[in-house]
Design a protein around this ligand. Structure first.
Ligand code: NAP
Length: 336
């Protein structure tokens, strides 16, 4: 009998957690999800979408809860996705961000070590392109790779850099199988509504249906390397199947501005000039902005055989289509 593979996903209620749950279930894993809070409001939707997930309660800021969960679930793989993941939110809540996004990773690593699983459990650490910060961008056309210099520009980026280095440290110090995916922005139909891409796709759908007049946005010039979350979780899984742990950039290798995203999204509803529908909101500007992020996924391509399937246009398409569908179902009277 082949050994049952058990995957523990922290951040199961988040965007990537949902994509991972589906992917791993399809591959025959028993999927266990860490869920926080006494009565997490996202639990019903999660169980409706993924009824096969076994939920266990815990919080990445509570090392005791993590040790209990790891001991109980006995995972062969941990996908550590839990974080406070919004850059803007991290400026307003820097201490909490450090605790959840930074120290939460240490707590996961320690839970594995203290329960005697260093040789048994492989760990994926969700590192981020925000660790690069855009300032040292001096490789036009090539993009950041695994050896590029870090210069995070937000409390989120700094917390992720701590998490990235402590994960590498446990790999080197204790010989643990810990791989860090340095993921560039990935979006999709289940992206949180606080993120700019989803804010745009939802607003475009609602404007088309006459449910909303305008959308308020901050900076429009920043450029990001955007991909589809469904593709990126495949890369995460591949990292844990590889013979050696390591760091891998997951990116599309193409960068687009928020203006480009607006243009593409409004084009889906037949609007060429989006300017009358967009209001500038100073309050949404960040104390420090990251002007451009571009990743170089050459290592993931050659070592893991990973390729993204959905391009920028395809991503915008599927996000606007999903929001149109959701809004039409919520407002049948507005259907066009
Ligand atoms: P997300 O949608 O914001 O999900 C974050 C998850 O973390 C949620 O399930 C949330 O649960 C959970 N969480 C927050 N605080 C927690 C705590 N104290 N204990 C346990 N769980 C907690 O993020 P995502 O887009 O799926 O991203 C997944 C990971 O990849 C994150 O670490 C993110 O920083 C990283 N990343 C994402 C991107 C991207 O573009 N998406 C790029 C690079 C790196 P609740 O439902 O309880 O809030």
């Amino acid at each position: 009998m082949p050994e049952t593979r058990v995957a523990l996903i922290t951040g199961i209620t988040g965007q990537d957690g949902g994509h991972l749950a589906g992917l791993l279930h399809g591959k025959g894993y028993e999927v266990v999800g860490l869920i926080r809070g006494q009565n997490n409001p996202r639990r019903p939707a999660l169980l409706e979408a993924h009824p096969f997930v076994r939920l266990v309660e815990g919080d990445v800021t509570d090392p005791v809860s993590l040790a209990r969960v790891v001991d109980h679930a006995d995972p062969t793989e941990i996908y550590h996705m839990a974080a406070l993941s919004h850059v803007g939110y991290s400026f307003a809540n820097p201490t909490l961000t450090m605790s959840v996004t930074g120290q939460g990773t240490l707590n996961v690593l320690e839970a594995v070590r203290l329960t005697g699983r260093t040789d048994k459990t492989r760990i994926y650490q969700a590192s981020s392109s925000e660790m690069f910060g855009g300032l040292d961008y001096n490789r036009p056309g090539l993009g950041y790779d695994e050896d590029s210099r870090f210069h995070p520009r937000s409390p989120y980026g700094v917390a992720k850099l701590y998490a990235h280095w402590i994960a590498r440290n446990y790999r080197e110090s204790y010989g643990m199988f810990v791989s860090c995916g340095i993921a560039f922005n990935h979006e999709g139909e289940n992206r949180g509504e606080e993120f700019v891409t989803r804010k745009i796709s939802k607003a475009v759908a609602r404007i088309h249906l006459g449910l909303q007049d305008r959308v308020r946005l901050g900076a429009l010039w920043p450029k990001r390397d955007w991909g589809y979350a469904g593709d990126y979780v495949e890369g995460m899984w591949r990292m844990l199947q590889h013979s050696e742990p390591g760091d891998f950039v997951l990116a599309s290798g193409v960068t687009h501005s928020i203006e480009d995203f607006l243009t593409a999204a409004f084009a889906r509803i037949g609007v060429e000039d989006w300017r009358p529908y967009v209001e500038h909101d100073e309050a949404l500007l960040r104390p420090a902005e990251v002007d451009i992020l571009l990743g170089n996924p050459a290592k993931a391509h050659s070592v893991l055989g990973w390729e993204r399937r959905v391009d920028f246009e395809g991503l915008v398409d599927l996000m606007v289509a999903a929001d149109l569908d959701r809004e039409r179902r919520a407002h049948p009277e507005a259907a066009r």
